[in-house]
Ligand binder design. Structure first.
Ligand code: IVH
Length: 683
């Protein structure tokens, strides 16, 4: 290789590295990707090829060198020159106010203190050491004084730069923060483990910890770890003329400019009122964040004031973690009962010793199905960990086996329905077991009546679950049509039912008779026909008789209806007793307006399949999907040879690359909007 050849290659390599760093920064730190994944991969392959041809030009901070070749044989210990401290906790607004009072008292200040607020990520604390801007070492917190060298795993985390960007960084800079797994990454990881029959992780925190503890960096490289930075440790050799920030919030901004990721929710507030408002806002937002947080960290923003306040033992006096109510608690599994659902599915439900978790007292939790029970290895009498996050049904997430009592009992699945005693059916390859009783089974009957009357179905005001149970138990109602034959006298004769409520219910039933076709279809409770599918069926067929007459093939032409759903619909409408109930409902006066059906074959995009990907400015992806459906297109979730066209907004990734690969037409948002405009479709 000639000298000029090599220097041209060196220039090219440097240019590729700079581009890759910039794209990484945009994607992982700013969360504003600017090129599709495929283009990024192309740049990376070019760099790898050039580096392979010029091994003498390879440097450790090259974006191609994230995963080392060989696994470690053991971990080495790292001493933290400045100890990594922990935080005091506040569990209430009162404790938070006390913290603020102490701060003001020590500083002898009357006026509001300015606080930096940061979500407290539930991950693993790590320290990154940059020497002359190059990542030299990553370490765990350990006991605060001594941690473990995990550089090999840290290097695989895409949001951690191997080299800092920009200038003005100190010769030695220690950055601290939290490494964690976002929820979707965690779900994907467990999904894969489940498919491979591997061991599942209990929560994202354990999964992140387990990953960082691996000797082989290829494991970490295959998992979507992220890092969020929240402070600095050792800082030495700030270049002359560079200004070192004197506020916590400015330190974070500076770290971001150097290419490190900080939390997008970070904010500065005034006084304890500001802290409380921030806390409430994030508590409301908690479940919609992409990652788990267990509280908010409030830090006195002014570094000079931090220094004046100093530390007590292992925690600073200038910061506090205000915790959210725990979403996981341990309690005892007292018993397991089997509940029969609307479609006969029998679900094991854990009866628990009541425990306060996620802000409410929980005494029941779902155990899903047999596979889940096997996976948990749970027995009656066990101490279990229960999780309740947001409005999600409480779940048993794991068993503390070391606390298993001697008389713990295995959980036995019933052979017969616990309600109607019909035999239970187990379908090969399915985890659920089902009662074969159909509408003979009182449980199924009750559930389907509850569904029929529910708000999003026939919306019968005042017909709650307890009342349905009573009506069925008293033998007054067997099917939905019977509801419309109930008289005020019959209802008033029920326990805890006054004449006025009885009259109101009869009126509500009368009102519910006027409905829409989509609601009526949904109310029937056909397996796997939810609101969206019901709406698609209504729009496609326009009325009920054509649906009853439709072949499986014709049903398959409806959006979102695949072979399984089509089969469920056919089975439901082929059952004589279901048709009788439908007839009786219509005779009782239940009615809907017909939906006007456009002749699908004449719509401009008839017969075409479209895919929408990336972010659109003018509408959501759902909005775009509906607009396309109005024009007669089918909208699919993935790109294949059969795709007619892809609408790609910024941030489009693998679907766009796939389309390019297959030579499928791709249009941007502008062209998409022009198309809608041309056909008079409004978003
Ligand atoms: S500051 C001297 N800020 O919480 C201050 N910690 O209980 C030390 N944590 O081990 C930490 N988010 O892993 C700080 N924004 C944040 C944090 C945070 C999460 C974790 C950290 C630490 C633990 C302290």
């Amino acid at each position: 290789m000639s000298a000029t050849g090599s220097s041209a290659a060196a220039d090219e390599i440097e240019s590729l590295r700079a581009q890759l760093r910039e794209h990484n920064y945009r994607y992982y730190v700013l969360d504003e990707p600017s090129i599709p994944d495929a283009s990024y991969d192309r740049l990376m392959r070019e760099l790898q090829a050039l580096e392979a041809a010029h091994p003498e030009l390879v440097t450790e901070d090259s974006p191609s060198r994230r995963v080392g070749a060989e696994p470690l044989t053991e971990f080495t210990q790292v001493r933290h020159e400045l100890p990594m401290l922990s935080l005091d906790n506040a569990f209430s607004g009162e404790e938070m106010a006390e913290f603020d009072r102490r701060v003001k008292q020590r500083l002898e200040r009357e006026e509001d203190i300015e606080y930096a607020c940061e979500p407290k990520l539930d991950g693993i604390a790590v320290s990154l050491l940059y020497r002359d801007g190059v990542l030299e070492r990553g370490a765990t917190r350990g006991d605060g004084r001594t941690g473990e060298d995990i550089t090999h795993n840290i290097r695989t985390v895409q949001s951690i730069p191997l080299r800092l960007m920009g200038e003005g960084f100190p010769a030695l800079l220690e950055v601290r923060g939290e490494v964690y797994l976002p929820r979707d990454g965690f779900e994907a990881m467990n999904e894969q483990a489940r498919a491979e029959g591997g061991k599942l992780f209990v929560n994202p925190r354990n999964a992140a910890a387990g990953t960082l503890r691996q000797l082989d960096p290829r494991v970490a490289a295959s998992r979507p770890l992220e890092m969020c930075c929240y402070s600095v440790g050792v800082v030495e050799g700030v270049p002359a003329g560079a200004h070192w920030p004197d506020q916590q919030s400015d330190i974070l901004d500076q770290l971001q400019r150097w290419g490190l990721r900080i939390n997008a929710e970070s904010a500065v507030v005034q006084g304890v009122e500001g802290c409380d408002a921030y806390y409430e806002r994030l508590a409301d937002k908690r479940d919609s964040l992409a990652y788990d947080i267990d509280g908010i960290v409030f830090k006195v923003n002014d570094i000079a004031l931090q220094e004046a306040l100093g530390f007590v033992s292992r925690a600073p006096r200038w910061a506090i973690a205000r915790k959210f109510p725990a979403q996981e608690e341990s309690t005892r599994l007292l018993d397991v009962e089997f509940q029969v659902g609307r479609t006969g599915a029998i679900t094991p439900v854990a009866r628990l010793e009541p425990v306060f978790v996620g802000g409410v007292t929980v005494s029941n939790a779902t155990l899903h199905n047999r596979d889940e029970i096997e996976r948990l290895g749970v027995k009656k009498g066990d101490t279990v960990i229960v999780r309740r996050a947001g409005d999600v049904i409480p779940q048993v997430v794991s068993v503390i086996e070391s606390e298993r009592p001697g008389d713990a009992q295995a959980i036995r699945f019933p052979d017969h329905c616990p309600v109607c005693d019909s035999p239970v059916e187990r379908i090969e390859g399915e985890a659920v077991i089902r009662c074969t009783g159909g509408l003979v089974c009182q449980a199924q009957r009750k559930q389907s009546l509850k569904h029929f009357a529910s708000r999003r179905a026939m919306d019968v005001d005042g017909l709650g679950d307890k009342l349905v149970d009573q009506l069925v138990d008293e033998g007054l109602v067997e099917n939905a049509a019977d509801l419309y034959r109930l008289s005020v006298e019959q209802l008033a004769g029920l326990e805890r039912m006054a004449e006025k409520s009885a009259r109101n219910l009869v009126d509500a039933l009368e009102t519910s008779k006027q409905t829409s076709l989509a609601r009526f279809i949904f109310a029937l409770g056909i397996r796997e026909v939810g609101e969206a599918t019901a709406l698609n069926l209504a729009n496609h067929f326009g009325d009920l008789p054509p649906i009853i007459a439709a072949s499986e093939e014709q049903l398959l032409a409806v959006d979102d209806v695949g072979p399984i759903v089509a089969d469920h619909i056919r089975q439901f409408l082929d059952a004589e007793q279901n048709l009788e109930v439908i007839d009786a409902l219509v005779t009782a006066g239940v009615a809907w307006e017909k939906v006007e059906v456009a002749d699908a074959a004449e719509l401009p995009l008839a017969g075409q399949t479209w895919v929408v990907t990336g972010t659109l400015e003018a509408t959501s992806r759902d909005g775009a999907k509906q607009a396309l459906q109005q024009l007669g297109a089918k909208v699919a979730g993935s790109v294949s040879k059969k795709t007619s066209c892809v609408v790609a907004g910024p941030g489009a990734g693998s679907k766009l690359s796939k389309a390019e690969e297959l030579g499928v037409e791709v249009i941007d948002e502008q062209a998409f909007l022009a198309l809608l405009d041309k056909h008079g479709v409004e978003l």
